[in-house]
Each structure stands twice: as structure tokens, then as C-alpha cells.
Design a protein around this ligand. Structure first.
Ligand SMILES: C=C1C[C@]23C[C@@]1(O)CC[C@H]2[C@@]12CCC[C@@](C)(C(=O)O1)[C@H]2[C@@H]3C(=O)O
Ligand SMILES: O=C(O)CCC(=O)C(=O)O
Ligand SMILES: [Fe+2]
Length: 358
């Protein structure tokens, strides 16, 4: 399996469609369960709670996803970002295509990267920003690009502070201290981690029960922080329960455990399978801050979390190597880098072309 370049004719103006074209109509064959099956709520964690570390650890272990409140990010920063993302997706399609992602590129406008693994199109548009938004903004608004850049930079700055805080809560909940993960300390020797910002737009859909906004996947990140507008759509899979809706909570953010945290924790905290469904009446937006390690760091199970009875379960891997494997094998990637009982035999990580993430 490998990613095909996105063809220009695949870019349709979804918001003007009155019927669902067959190429967008999913069935249970394309995805394992289109119906939501559980109503148990995803944990909500108040970051000012004195027992916050314990709650974070429990949520990571049992769900792999949780809401955070009292996170310290000003409401204005979230609102301004949402307004800028709306403005971007409301641009005419020809204008958005000026910032289209190159066939082998990682950033810019286009269908989400995993699209090529499916026979049907997803009812969504995406925009990926890695590093500065400047080049993209210049193409979208040649005369008026500054505001977008200011808003995105401010959003990234706030997200960086929050992910750093969350990362230490997660590590602390595993009994890990600063001395155990030197790269996670901000020192002059450490290269900066370069997160990806994934903007998603899900226009109202004429036949939502047969459409799929974003197909089931895990994120490759350590942690992903998601801001959704006031419209439901995100669902997570919980073992034995099926798909659980993660409704938006005003002012709260959703945190996902990603594949690299799954590896780092030696499988104690599993990455969460999630997807986005669509609805008939409302346009949904989401903004995912996808946080990974610095590019020179190989992530492997932390030695404090391994023992003779629980040996390391995963090969050491950099974020770029992991993304390159994911671009070929999608949801099988974690099992490919698994050491014991490999599904496809051991992988020579150098065989995979690097994908630059920063
Ligand atoms: C750093 C990255 C993670 C991501 C691939 C990317 O290079 C940029 C986009 C990210 C995203 C967002 C939507 C879901 C996802 C699976 C995808 O197709 O593109 C993730 C990728 C990932 O986490 O593997
Ligand atoms: O739109 C959503 O709620 C999910 C987005 C997502 O999973 C992603 O961008 O990786
Ligand atoms: Fe995701």
C-alpha cells in the first residue's frame, strides 16, 4: 500500500453538492461500523485539580483520550483561530488550490493524507501547516496574509506550552522524571520538535449516514490536542463498546494519545483509534495540533517501563521514520515496528524513504 498523489479533479466543492455522489458513499464494507454504539462519556480533566496527574494517567490507560478544562489557553486565542480557519475554508476552491499540497509534500491544502488507502472519498477538506504559515498565507491572501500568520503563530505558541505541560503530566503518571527523558527537557542542545497543525473542514452533508468525514485512524504523534467548533463529529473507539462520540465542550480541548506515546510507554498507554462523522445541518471545523519528538530523537520504550517480564515491545524509531512507514502501511504501522510476534517480520527502518516533518 502506498499513497497516490491527489488528483486535481478530486477537489470538489462539497458545500455546493445537493446529493451524495456514489464516490462519497461509504458502506460497512469501507469502514467497520458506521453506527455509534456507546454513550459512556470520555473523561473530563480539570488541569487545576490537585490530583491531575493521577486522572491523566487513568484516562490515558483506560481511554487514550480525554477533555481538558482550565488549560490556561485564552478563549480569544481559540476563537480567533477558529475564525481564521473558517475564513480559509470559505475561500473559493480555485483560491485554496493555489496552496495545494504538492504530490509528495506534507503541507498545504488537500484531502487528508490517508485518503489513498480508501476506495471512497471522505467528506472533508484538510490543510496541513508545518512550521511557519507564511508561505501558505501569501498564496491564499496575497495582500492580506498577516492576520492569518499572527493568529496561527499565537495558537502554536499556546499549544506548545500546553503540550509541554501535558507531556510532563503523562510522563509523571508513568513514574518518569526529567532525568529519564533528556530530549523532553528544553535545553540548548535539543532540537525543537516541529509539530503539525492539521485544519479540517466538514461541510454539512446531504446524506450524512452514508458519508465519512475522516476515516478511522490513530495519530502518529506523542500527543494530539484537538479543538473542535461547537458541532459534534469526533468519535473514538473503546474496546468492547464500539464508537463513542466526543461531544464538544465549550472552552475545553480534546487530548489524544498517539502512536509514539504508545511506543514510549511500551504499550501501557494505547493510541486511540478515532474518526470524524458528518451531519446534515452544520459545517464542522476541527484543528489538530499534532505533537511529536524532535527530529533527531529515536523513540523507544522507556527503560523504566521495561523488565524481564515485560521486555521492550517496539523497535526504536524517529518520527520521520514512523511517518514514512505509516505512509505505506497506515493502521498496520504499530504492529510493523513491534518486536515480539511481528506481523510482517522485522523491518529495516532505513529501507523507508524519510518523510520530512520539520
Ligand atoms: C506529521 C503528520 C501527522 C499526520 C501526517 C503528517 O505529516 C501531517 C498530517 C497528519 C495527519 C492529520 C490527519 C490524520 C493523519 C493520519 C493524516 O493522514 O494526516 C495524520 C498523520 C499522522 O498522524 O500520521
Ligand atoms: O475532526 C476531528 O474531530 C478529528 C480530526 C483528526 O483526527 C485529525 O486531524 O487527526
Ligand atoms: Fe486524528
Amino acid at each position: 500500500m502506498s499513497l497516490k498523489p491527489l488528483k486535481a479533479e478530486n477537489h470538489k466543492d462539497l458545500s455546493s453538492m445537493k446529493e451524495l455522489p456514489d464516490s462519497y458513499a461509504w458502506s460497512s464494507v469501507d469502514d467497520d461500523c458506521l453506527l455509534s454504539c456507546s454513550s459512556e462519556p470520555v473523561p473530563v480533566i480539570n488541569l487545576e485539580d490537585p490530583n491531575v496527574m493521577k486522572h491523566v494517567g487513568h484516562a490515558c490507560k483506560t481511554w487514550g483520550v480525554f477533555h481538558v478544562t482550565n488549560h490556561g489557553i485564552p478563549m480569544a486565542v481559540l476563537d480567533d483561530m477558529e475564525a481564521s480557519v473558517r475564513k480559509l475554508f470559505y475561500l473559493p476552491i480555485q483560491q485554496k488550490l493555489k496552496a495545494a499540497r504538492a504530490p509528495d509534500g506534507v503541507s498545504g491544502y488537500g484531502a487528508v493524507r490517508i485518503s489513498s488507502f480508501f476506495h471512497k472519498h471522505m467528506w472533508s477538506e484538510g490543510f496541513t501547516i508545518i512550521g511557519s504559515p507564511y508561505e501558505h498565507a501569501k498564496k491564499l491572501w496575497p495582500q492580506d496574509y498577516k492576520n492569518f500568520c499572527v493568529v496561527v503563530d499565537e495558537y502554536n505558541k499556546e499549544m506548545k506550552k500546553l503540550t509541554n505541560r501535558l507531556m510532563w503530566l503523562v510522563l509523571g503518571s508513568l513514574g518518569i522524571t526529567e532525568g529519564d527523558v533528556k530530549w523532553a527537557r528544553q535545553t540548548r542542545d535539543t532540537k525543537e520538535a516541529c509539530p503539525a497543525l492539521q485544519l479540517n473542514s466538514y461541510p454539512a452533508c446531504p446524506d450524512p449516514d452514508r458519508a465519512m468525514g475522516l476515516a478511522a485512524h490513530t495519530d502518529s504523534s506523542l500527543l494530539t490536542i484537538l479543538h473542535q467548533n461547537n458541532t459534534s463529529g469526533l468519535q473514538v473507539q473503546r474496546e468492547g463498546m464500539g464508537w463513542v462520540t466526543v461531544p464538544p465542550i465549550k472552552g475545553a480541548l480534546v487530548v489524544h494519545v498517539g502512536d509514539l506515546l504508545h511506543i514510549l510507554s511500551n504499550g501501557l498507554y494505547s493510541s486511540v483509534l478515532h474518526r470524524a462523522i458528518v451531519n446534515r445541518a452544520q459545517h464542522r471545523l476541527s484543528i489538530a495540533y499534532i505533537y511529536g519528538p524532535p527530529s533527531n530523537v529515536r523513540i523507544s520504550p522507556l527503560s523504566k517501563l521495561t523488565s524481564i517480564v515485560r521486555p521492550p515491545l517496539y523497535q526504536p524509531v524517529t518520527w520521520s521514520e514512523y511517518l514514512a512507514i505509516k505512509a505505506k502501511y497506515f493502521n498496520k504501522t504499530l504492529s510493523i515496528v513491534r518486536l515480539s510476534a511481528p506481523v510482517n517480520g522485522f523491518v529495516d527502518l532505513k529501507d523507508h524513504k524519510s518523510v520530512i516533518v520539520g
